[in-house]
Design a protein around this ligand. Structure first.
Ligand code: ATP
Ligand code: MG
Length: 421
């Protein structure tokens, strides 16, 4: 790459700079800047935020003379980009060519409507050229266990989402495994929900969790909460997701059947999507169904990382009241068990109380195992006929069959989901 000495660069200082912001899958927006060299990284992100209001952009790229993309994430990298750009402008001027605007590419943004518009990743990639570098999991062979703690720490803390960029605001709620905060992501100006879980586990386990979480990046459904990134700091993991301004369904108490029908469509679609990716939710319950004022319903807290689920289970002992009878008895767990939890959740939302009157859920959904034995021993509860429509009662009854195999299979659930009862 050609770097001009300082002289010509300074000579350009007062010149106007046109930054052309490339919009993914469409055109571009030109932005005229009057004091180019003083421009800060944050200023550029602000403008990108106005051009792509739906996206959470934390970095952008430009192309060098070989067409290689260089990522800009800091003022330092901004300076390098401007220095490079002004050197090309000088050349264009010397050769009597038209001055080309500075073309930048908001990092991995997709247009509104598509999933993962934020283009953020779980931080398992190392090094400054992380956009093109190999995944750590690729570059670390099985003897990676020998990597030094310091190196692993760096890997785990590295990336686009990090503690320094997050300002915690309100506490949204406490669960069995951690606390969820409403937070402000400074570089993008976006509001996030950040779940912080204390986990006293080894660095190796932390790394395993991080790579297991990477599948969230591929999740692409409007019925699943958007995932922005995750990072470990000391003994806690922070998982950053889309903020849902309507909160979770557990606080809504009794929901009318016609509204529940619409919610069920979204929840069934979300579950079917996860199952299609071979992911079992494992924690279907009203507090893991989130709503927003755009009328969307999305699932969260699904068990994408076995290691995370296990680590939480070891730290926070108890049995979930929405678990299927076979799971309470310690038998095998499958899609059918998620279907049970779907049924009992919707029954609770319809009744406005937990369907087993003998089970008092005071705080949270974790209970001593003995208290849940009635779910294993007794017949499933049934919704009162007359108060609810026949298709709705049928839907719940089918989902809450004691025998897992008698519960509806995913393709049989969809007709319920699309039905207006
Ligand atoms: P568990 O720990 O078993 O999942 P839980 O779902 O009640 O139990 P958390 O997942 O920690 O607990 O969530 C606590 C509360 O935070 C939820 O009840 C919900 O109201 C709120 N919450 C969680 N995620 C979001 C989000 N993305 N947007 C808005 N509110 C959220
Ligand atoms: Mg939850």
């Amino acid at each position: 790459m050609l770097w001009l000495p300082l002289g010509p660069f300074h000579a350009m200082e007062n010149q106007m700079l046109v930054i052309r912001i490339k919009i993914p899958n469409s055109g571009a927006v030109d932005w005229t800047v009057h004091s180019g060299p003083q421009l800060l990284f944050r200023d550029v992100l602000d403008v990108i935020g106005q051009v792509l209001p739906e996206a959470t952009t934390t970095a952008f790229e430009y192309e060098d003379e070989d067409g290689d993309r260089i990522t800009v994430r800091s003022d330092e990298e901004m300076k390098a980009m401007l220095s490079y750009y002004y050197s090309t402008v000088m050349e264009q001027q010397v050769n009597g060519q038209l001055i080309e605007p500075l073309l930048i590419f908001p990092r991995a943004c997709k247009p509104p409507g598509e999933r993962n518009i934020h283009g953020l990743k779980v931080n398992t990639r190392a090094g400054p050229s992380q956009h093109s570098g190999p995944a750590v999991s690729d570059s670390l062979p099985s003897n990676s266990l020998k990597k030094s703690s310091a190196e692993l720490k760096k890997i785990l803390a590295n990336g686009q989402m990090n503690e320094q960029d997050i300002r915690y605001r309100d506490t949204l709620g406490h669960g069995n495994g951690g606390t969820v905060y409403k937070a402000y992501h400074v570089p993008s100006g976006k509001i996030l929900a950040v779940k912080v879980i204390l986990l006293d586990i080894t660095l190796e386990l932390q790394k395993q969790i991080m790579s297991e979480l990477e599948i969230l990046y591929k999740c692409d459904s409007s019925y699943i909460i958007g995932f922005y990134g995750a990072f470990f700091v000391e003994n806690r993991i922070s998982i950053c997701t889309e903020f849902m301004d309507g909160g979770s369904l557990d606080v809504y108490r009794k929901i009318p059947e016609h509204v529940l029908g619409r919610i069920a469509v979204a929840v069934v679609k979300g579950l079917t999507y996860l199952w299609s990716l071979k992911i079992l939710h494992r924690d279907v319950k009203p507090s893991n169904m989130l709503v927003n004022t755009r009328g969307q319903v999305k699932l969260c807290d699904f068990g994408v990382s076995t290691q995370l689920v296990n680590s939480i289970a070891k730290t926070y002992v108890g049995t979930n009241a929405y678990m299927a009878p076979e799971r309470i008895s310690g038998e095998q767990y499958g899609i059918h068990s998620d279907v049970w939890s779907l049924g009992i959740s919707f029954m609770e939302l319809a009744l406005g109380r937990f369907p087993y009157p003998q089970i008092q859920k005071n705080q949270g959904s974790l209970m001593p195992l003995q208290l849940l034995q009635c779910i294993v021993d007794e017949d499933s509860p049934v919704l009162p006929v007359g108060e609810f429509s026949e298709p709705f009662v049928h839907f719940i009854t089918q989902c809450m069959r004691k025998q897992p195999k008698e519960r509806p299979a995913p393709e049989e659930l969809m007709p319920f989901g699309s039905q207006s009862w």
